[in-house]
Each structure stands twice: as structure tokens, then as C-alpha cells.
Design a protein around this ligand. Structure first.
Ligand SMILES: [Zn+2]
Length: 148
């Protein structure tokens, strides 16, 4: 199956998960979720990839509800309908990558630098908010602050 979406992204990259593999469950997006994954690539991820000129690794993409629950995702997570990806960039820290995105004009809904580990990039279901946040753990709880 050729599931290539853009020059650098394939749908299967958004449907792979170590947790799902361990649970022995496949991740199969429906047509609406596939369309969102494609829109995420076309409008945001591929333009970022082209300007950045570095490999981007998708560590989490589309999540069915059982997977989102298993990884502790928010109930209203954009991952649930294929509008978000968690991304690592080879040779760049998540903080630097998030700031690099912030300084440019990509039509993102939300970018979150999460725990210094990866960058969550989401597109909108409507008008993009262009929100930039940093997530950290405090006292066993997630907290979010604006990226400055
Ligand atoms: Zn995420």
C-alpha cells in the first residue's frame, strides 16, 4: 500500500504506537481521521519540514480512544481525530524546535513543548488559535504555561 501523503510523510507514521503494539491492537483511522492526518501534513508538517531541512520523527499521531486513555491523553485531545502529532527533530531540542515554529507563520492551532521531550503540533477544527504552550510536571500534575 502506498500511503504517502507528502514528500516526507506517510500515513502509517501516524498510526504506530509501542503501547498499541504491546496491547496487540491495530490503529486504523476512518476516512475523516485520515483526511485530518493529510491536512496536518499538507498545511503544517510538510511546510515545517521543508523550511527546517531536518528529519522529523512522529512519536504519536492518531489515537483511538482506547490508546489515548492508555497513554494518559486529554479527553478532548486533537490526537483523537487525527489533528495532532508529537514530533521530535533530529539534532534539535524540543524547546528550540517549538521556538523555531513560533517565529514563523504556520497555520497551527496549538504547539506545546512537552516536558522537554517532544513537541505537540495540532491543527484546528475551525479557526486556528496559534497558541504556544510549555507543559511541565509539578507535583505529579501536568501544568501549562505560555511559551515566551
Ligand atoms: Zn500530543
Amino acid at each position: 500500500v502506498n500511503d504517502q501523503i507528502t514528500a516526507h510523510f506517510f500515513e502509517h507514521e501516524f498510526c504506530e504506537s509501542e503501547v498499541a503494539a504491546r496491547l496487540g491492537r491495530p490503529i486504523i483511522p476512518d476516512s475523516a481521521q485520515s483526511a485530518n492526518i493529510a491536512r496536518l501534513c499538507l498545511t503544517v508538517l510538510e511546510p515545517i519540514r521543508m523550511q527546517l531541512g531536518r528529519p522529523m520523527i512522529i512519536t504519536s499521531g492518531y489515537r483511538p480512544p482506547w490508546l489515548n486513555a492508555a497513554v494518559g491523553g486529554a479527553d478532548d485531545s486533537a490526537h483523537l481525530d487525527g489533528r495532532a502529532a508529537d514530533v521530535k527533530v533530529v539534532g534539535m531540542t524540543p524547546a528550540t524546535f517549538a521556538r523555531w515554529i513560533q517565529m514563523r507563520k504556520f497555520p497551527v492551532d496549538q504547539v506545546i513543548e512537552e516536558f522537554g521531550q517532544w513537541v505537540h503540533i495540532a491543527i484546528a477544527d475551525g479557526r486556528p488559535r496559534g497558541e504556544f504552550l510549555v507543559a511541565s510536571m509539578a507535583g505529579g500534575r501536568k501544568s501549562y504555561s505560555p511559551m515566551v
